[in-house]
Structures are given as C-alpha cells and as structure tokens.
Ligand binder design. Structure first.
Ligand code: UD1
Ligand code: UDP
Length: 366
C-alpha cells in the first residue's frame, strides 16, 4: 500500500529547498506524495513552484498584505488542522524556520501525525536573532519525529538538546540539490554592469533589521557605491513593505544602483554567478554562494550557519555603517583577500540530501 506523505511549502526558500524532495518523492512507487501550499508568500512562492514544475494539490492562499505574525499563525493553525483531518497523511514534511513550518509542526502534534523537519538543528541560541525564526525552529524541532540535519554542527546542536540520536539524520542541505539542478541551465544574468565595472548583488529582508538598522545598511551601501565608480549594485527588493519602502526611498534614483522586483530562481542564480561579491542577510544565499565561489558579507550580527564563516568564505558585517564600508572596501581593493573568500567550497551539501531523506523515510514508513 502506498504511504501518503504531505509536503508543505509556504515561502520562497521553503519551495526551493522542498522542490528536490517533492520531485523525488513523486517518483517513488511506495509514496502518494501530496503538496500543500500555505502560500504564506504568494507571488514569490508561485515563481519557484513554476520553475520546479510543482502544482500544489491544496492551496490555502494565506498571504495578506503586510501580515502580522499572530494573525498569520492563527490562520495557519486553523486551516492546517482542517487539511490534516481530511488528508490523514502517514507523515508530513516541512523545511526550515518560517511561521508556516512552526504552525505545521504544531498542527501535526495536535493530530498526532509524524512530522519530519528538513534543515533541522540550526541555532543561534538567541530567540531575538533571527526573529521570529529561532523560536520557529526550536518549536518545530521539539515536535519532530525525524530531524534532517544539514551539517555535523546542526546534528550536534540537536544532540546537545537531548533529542534521540536515532531520530537525527545528517543529510546535507537540499538547497544544494536545488542549486545543482539549475546552475547549468540558469541562462544569462538578468543584469549586466557596464564594461569594466564589478557587480555587487544585494538582498535583505530580516525582521530584526527593520527600521534604523536597515536604514544604516542602505546608507552604507549607497556611500560604498558612490566611493567606487567601477562598481554597480543590483538589488532585487523583497516585497515586504517594511523593506520595499525603505529600499526605494534610500537607494532609488542612483545611476549605478539597480533596484528590481524579486527575481525568479534561475535569473537569481545567474546574477549570483555574475556578482563579484554578495551582500545579504538571507539564509539560503549564505549556503548557495559559497558553492558558487562567491564571497558573502552577511548583514547580520550572528548566524546559525557558522560553517561557511569558519571556511573563511562568508563574513558577518552586521548593520554598522563603518563595518560594512570597511569590510566591503577591503574586499574590493585586496585581491588576495578576495581570492581567499572566493575559493569555492560547499559546506552545506553534496547535492544528494533529498536522496538521503527519501531513503530514511522509506526505512521507517514503507
Ligand atoms: C518570511 C519568513 C522568513 C523568511 C522569508 C523568506 C516568517 C515570519 N518569515 O519573511 O523567515 O526568511 O519569508 O523570504 O515566516 N509579500 C508579498 N508577496 C510575496 C511575499 C511577501 O507581497 O510573494 C509581502 C506581503 O505584504 C506579506 C509580507 O511581504 O504580508 C511579509 O511576508 P511574510 O511571509 O510574513 O514575511 P517575510 O518578511 O516575507
Ligand atoms: N532568491 C531568488 N530570487 C531573489 C532573491 C533570492 O530566487 O530575488 C533565492 C535565493 O537563491 C535563495 C532563496 O531565494 O535560494 C532565499 O530566500 P530568502 O532570502 O527570501 O529567504 P531565507 O533563505 O533568508 O529564508
């Protein structure tokens, strides 16, 4: 008999990281793979599902403009409970640390349905950073039947929290599966700087940076571009109004700063390949860029992804004006420093994480 596995996706990064698992589960004769989109993100989720040719079986269409965390959480829980009651899956899978994932884990707990947490065990140890993601992953981890940890470090975090060793599986991160799937077919970069100029790619969306910290980042970035006539900046702006309005107000109208809407995954990967380096507070970008040999300066004070920092290819610059300018300028000026950060390593996986996850599920479910 086939086992029904319900795969849940809510936001852009979840869809990217779940896509390799979903597409592999669909090929298994022992699995009835069902896909549930909460659509915590609408446009950005649909962009990714199209790229990976995934059509949700159920779509909750949850997103509202400028949604608050309590209203999002409450609506997710109620709607997810109804889906679980109707679907009665043998297992549910979700990835990462968004509100969708926390709500899925809780809804499964109330219905006593086994929950598998993909990208388990990431921790900063600080509930306020990132906010609310650290809480989301702690809750999801506490309710998981399977912990699919991407690295030895994340496995060690879970062991330290006293989860049963048999329930923790080191698989690598599925983001590398997704990246390797598209990297050779991502096409030309969506933006080409003028001849002789270098491209800096930027993304930013963290809630704990909203307001003054993000404004300071924008000031630093604008001044960095002003000081370096051979530099252009491409910034696909996250649609969260707290980001979009500030980004356009502070970075708009500059002839070497190009602001655009979020890019589809393939052109974004092409832009990462073209970039000289990347400025970002994104989790996924911290994992992908090292595999592409691109240095990342992380616009945060801490990270739950220390492996690439230890490799020397990702550096934390926070949101301080002077620190951002000094570190970015050194990377632009010092060829040796740049080469050391652009060496190309992949501490987050080998592209086979989804195979391992499916094998582990098979061993316990089929
Ligand atoms: C969410 C996740 C964050 C993740 C990020 C990835 C939570 C609390 N936050 O942050 O962990 O890193 O996604 O991008 O789970 N919007 C649109 N269209 C879209 C997506 C968002 O218009 O396709 C706008 C809407 O106004 C929406 C707002 O952005 O209300 C915020 O979306 P939300 O999912 O709550 O938070 P993010 O900041 O996107
Ligand atoms: N990404 C994308 N288009 C963009 C910006 C990012 O496809 O314009 C991809 C990126 O390659 C990575 C993922 O989106 O795989 C990261 O998503 P985001 O930064 O929104 O969330 P986080 O990873 O921080 O949770």
């Amino acid at each position: 008999m086939k086992q029904k596995i319900l795969c849940v996706v809510g936001t852009r990064p979840e869809a990217i990281k779940m896509a390799p698992v979903i597409n592999l589960l669909k090929q298994q004769e022992w699995v009835d793979c069902r896909v549930l989109a909460t659509a915590q993100h609408r446009q950005m989720l649909d962009q990714v599902l199209d790229v990976f040719d995934i059509t949700p079986d159920i779509d909750l269409n949850i997103m509202r403009p400028n949604q608050t965390l309590p209203e999002l959480t409450a609506r997710l829980l109620l709607e997810l409970d109804q889906v679980l009651a109707a679907e009665t899956p043998a297992a549910v899978l979700a990835q990462g640390d968004t509100t969708t994932v926390m709500a899925v884990a809780m809804a499964c707990f109330y219905r006593r349905i086994p929950f598998g947490h993909i990208e388990a065990g990431l921790r900063t140890g600080d509930m306020s950073n990132p906010f609310p993601e650290e809480m989301n992953r702690v809750v999801a981890g506490n309710l998981a039947r399977w912990h699919f940890a991407p690295t030895e470090g994340s496995r060690a975090n879970l062991l330290r929290e006293s989860f049963a060793a048999e329930a923790i599986h080191m698989t690598g991160n599925t983001v590398i599966d997704a990246l390797l799937d598209v990297v050779d077919r991502c096409g030309p970069s969506p933006y080409t700087p003028a001849a002789g100029r270098r491209l800096i790619l930027m993304t930013s969306h963290r809630r704990e940076n909203f307001g003054a910290p993000f404004e300071e980042v924008c000031r630093a970035v604008r001044d960095l571009v002003d000081r370096n006539p051979d530099v252009e900046l491409l910034y696909p702006v996250h649609p969260n109004p707290n980001v979009r309005d500030t980004a356009h107000r502070m970075l708009g109208g500059h002839d070497r700063i190009k602001l655009c809407d979020p890019l589809d995954y393939l052109p974004f990967v092409a832009a990462m390949k073209q970039a000289y380096f990347i400025l970002s507070d994104s989790g996924g970008v911290q994992e992908e860029a090292p595999a592409l040999g691109k240095p990342v300066l992380v616009l945060r004070h801490e990270t739950e992804r220390p492996e690439a920092v230890q490799e020397g290819v990702v550096r934390l610059v926070g949101t301080n004006y002077d620190h951002i300018i000094t570190t970015a300028q050194r990377l632009l000026d010092d060829k040796q420093e740049y080469a050391a950060m652009a060496k190309g390593v992949s501490p987050y996986g080998d592209g086979k994480a989804s195979e391992r996850i499916v094998q582990i599920l098979r061993a316990t479910l089929s």
